[in-house]
Design a protein around this ligand. Sequence first.
Ligand code: ADP
Ligand code: MG
Length: 728
Amino acid sequence: MSKLRFHAIKESLAYKPVIVEENERRSELFGQNVFNENTMRQYLTKDAFVGVMNAIKHGKKIDRNIADQVSSSMKDWALSKGVTHYTHWFQPLTGTTAEKHDAFFETIGGGMAIEKFGGSQLVQQEPDASSFPSGGIRNTFEARGYTAWDPTSPAFIYGTTLCIPTIFVAYTGEALDYKTPLLRALHAVDKAAAAVCKYFDKNVKKVTSSLGWEQEYFLVDRALAFSRPDLILTGRTLLGHSSAKGQQLDDHYFGSIPNRALNFMRELEKECMLLGIPVKTRHNEVAPNQFELAPIYEEANLAVDHNSLLMDIMERIASRHNFKVLMHEKPFAGMNGSGKHNNWSLSTDTGVNLLAPGKTPMSNLQFLTFFINTIRAVHEHEALLRAAIASASNDHRLGANEAPPAIISVFIGEQLTKVLEELEGVTKGKLSPQEKTELKLNVVGKIPDVLLDNTDRNRTSPFAFTGNKFEFRAVGSLANCGNSMTVLNTIVAKQLKDFKVEVDKLIDKKDLKKDEAVFNVLREYIKASRHILFEGNGYGQVWEAEAKKRGLSNNKTTPEALKARISKKSISLFEEMHVMSKIETEARYEIEMEAYIKHIQIEGRVLGDIARNHIVPTAVKYQNILIENVKGLKEIFEEKYLSVSNEQINLIEDISNHIEGINANVTKMTNARKQANTLENIEEKAKAYCNNVKPLFDDIRYHCDKLELLVDDEIWPLTKYRELLFTR
Ligand code: ADP
Ligand code: MG
């Protein structure tokens, strides 16, 4: 066994779990390290409190004087908790979170110093953050970006640092992060949805988008993970033969959580409680050492922040338990990948979930309005929705015969399908009194009880209605869900805006009653979006063929999928809804394409290195042992040797072939990479990486994995799947 592998296994076996007690009540821990409404009430003057609440609830500007009061109180609160530094915490387009700590400490002359944190430091900062991706918006030499306080997401303490959630924008105003367009999209959906709600309830003033994410991840022993260069540098295993036992017995799913993982989860959840992340559910997932964690849903902007924060602290806490967290969508070939289901809904300031059926025919018509408009929005923008979840790592799940497919479709269940069929038959124009009564009693009136037994959950659907919310299941585990939430809320906002225009037109021009007009428009929407509805098996080839007939896109790779981001339709959508300017949309496209290229490039380099520097030399070494052995046999048995060691010779030959296979393909891949690197055009370059470089990974891997089965385990250099996956 290679030294590295040997020591890693030894270390992992010797590890004694850190025991984490769970003796505090969660409700008492909850939000202790958050400058939330409750804390603000204690620390802020009445004026300041009202100012901040107005900003949170009604988007009002916070003036300088109030900002000074807030910052000073925030500082007092933070100092009382032993905090020394503050930071503007933001989510640049690298996919991670960023922070730059500054001490509260300030000198005031005469050899004296004080703790200081003024309003201007709270409201705006100018980190020298010129190395973050900007897609050409910001020339590194001139404009710098700045961060600005987002009062709708409360400041929190992590370690000894006060973290202030902020947006990150260029001086010219363009967004350089995930949060800025998300906030704009949330504003757009609020406006559009609240206007539609007025048909049903005049009291509605605000509509909030909610998100409940479910985060899947793997835990791998840290020493073992660090013995694999591919895991460390790319987050996934680029090679490795599958373990004799994998997930086929389904003995991990919902099983008892292994002790060491449980201790990690306890510590993680305790930290989440302090940070106000309302985690609630934990369980084993399908693959060995795969788990899931889910909170109670929250307002979407806060939920996105909490997910980013969670991913960050998971990493840190995992290392205290000698784990490495794998957030990658596909760390192990042949095993289940990880996703991040985004449960999404809209609710009013009057406390109504617009995606939950109500108790009266009128509230159900409201439900159907939002339900059908969402379906129509997905139908109109399915390709853009697919683009929102595109990444090099998520390509391993989408369209790779694993949940869910790269085709976006909507699952609504049998009962609601029937309801839509009935609505499709509604008379055009004015409705007769009988028809209205019929609709009231038998269609719209019946929804609540039918949904109660809507337990049929199609797990293969990328976008499923699950009783009182839609579940967007195609989001990658590694992704910042700001991206998918921005797109989803924008397309729904646009759809609701159009809906309002059409309904108003029917009321004004055709003299229809409000509910008649709504029925009329919904009927047309159902007809127009029938193609996006799919109840069958999303993994099957039958569906691929069917989807093609229906004209749905099936973009299996990121470069293909991302094109929808910069289609005319998408650009004007984002412009019209004031979510992103053309420049911002194009910049994002460029950044994502660049990221794709870089990921494949890095994987190619790492795989080439491992194959040539680890696998080939090991195979040659073993081959030489075999050759010596055959020579010896020949000496002893002379002419008889043929019958003795035919198998031996075959083995030597097999090994030769695989070595040759590796060398030839690594050379091919290196050349393909060189060729791709000469391309200036980003689209061509991404395509070259996708179509010419990436496919060679499989060929190289094939030969390496075959060798793993042939070569003496004693000298095999890489920690094996069985060791990575079954260490507890
Ligand atoms: P599962 O999908 O695994 O069966 P649940 O349906 O219980 O689990 O919930 C998954 C996530 O959906 C949780 O984060 C939960 O808080 C969230 N959720 C529940 N209701 C809503 C809603 N109305 N809007 C958004 N998210 C919701
Ligand atoms: Mg779910």
